[in-house]
Design a protein around this ligand. Structure first.
Ligand code: PAF
Length: 272
């Protein structure tokens, strides 16, 4: 089992002794737990780092009403299972309580995600990305990694974190880790567990649309029409955006969000 710490003091002690034995690079993999193949891909991407730290913290600030919602209360918490999955692949797991991370309650000072956090996913989840960048900034300050790993499925989160690191001069390299897909192409997500076999089949329309746009960006309007008409799919958006998430910038990413069986699913791909 990897070493598990819950407090900031223990984290700092553990990091200091790891640094003595392995004086190389530190990689951080921030997660909210309930680990799946997608997270293990992040862990695999960190294998070149000398010290690998994985954080598990379901951050209330990034949920509706600062965590006073069913989505946050029902968020799966399965530390023992998560630790078993991490056997041999990380050095340290930091799993703080809410009180440890926010001892004064909701913090007075936040990082703002600004315009990038208000569009796309942010339009249906006001404040979500402010909560994300605030906790990621804290984790970067606490662990002081050389590299931090984030999944490409949450492409908007990744773009906003990259911008925060650039705008606020965090001395860390952000690595984007490709989406893990099922054999048929469905992007790995903890939300897939809420889909029936039929829903999983219908959800393939998202990855097919993203791939079609990636291969031929000029066909996006046609692909969007087909996706909007796909059985069981209720489309929110299929868009080509730049690194800054704007539609009138040089296209860099295909982003897609849709509901299948009432479950909101995301897919994304960088353009070649
Ligand atoms: O992607 C996630 O799991 C979370 O948004 C993150 C980056 C760990 C911040 O809480």
């Amino acid at each position: 089992m990897p070493q598990l710490v819950h407090s900031i003091a223990e984290l700092q002690q553990a990091l200091a002794s790891l640094r003595e034995t392995k004086p190389g690079s530190i990689g951080l993999i921030p997660t909210m737990g309930a680990l799946h193949q997608g997270h293990l891909q992040l862990v695999g991407a960190a294998s070149d780092c000398d010290i690998r730290v994985l954080s598990i913290f379901a951050n209330p600030l990034q949920f509706a009403d600062l965590g006073d919602c069913d989505d946050y209360r029902n968020y799966p918490r399965q530390l023992d299972q998560d630790l078993a999955l991490l056997e041999g692949s990380v050095d340290l797991v930091f799993a703080p309580s809410v009180e440890e991370m926010y001892p004064q309650g909701v913090p007075d000072i936040w990082v703002r995600s600004g315009r990038m956090g208000e569009i796309l996913e942010g339009a249906s989840r006001p404040g979500h990305f402010d909560g994300v960048v605030t906790v990621v900034a804290k984790l970067l300050n606490l662990v002081q990694p050389d590299v931090a790993f984030f999944g490409q499925k949450d492409a908007q989160q990744l773009a906003i974190i990259r911008r925060m690191v650039e705008d606020l001069n965090f001395p860390v390299r952000i690595v984007a880790v490709p989406i893990v897909r099922s054999a048929e192409g469905l992007a790995q997500s903890s939300r897939n567990a809420r889909l029936s076999a039929k829903g999983k089949q219908q959800a393939l329309a998202l990855s097919q649309a993203v791939e079609a746009v990636r291969a031929n960006p000029g066909a996006i309007d046609q692909v969007r029409q087909e996706l909007a008409a796909a059985p069981g799919v209720s489309l929110d958006y299929l868009k080509l955006v730049g690194e800054d998430l704007l539609e009138d910038s040089v296209p860099a990413l295909v982003l897609c969000a849709a509901w299948v069986e009432g479950v909101r699913l995301l897919d994304a791909a960088p353009l070649d």
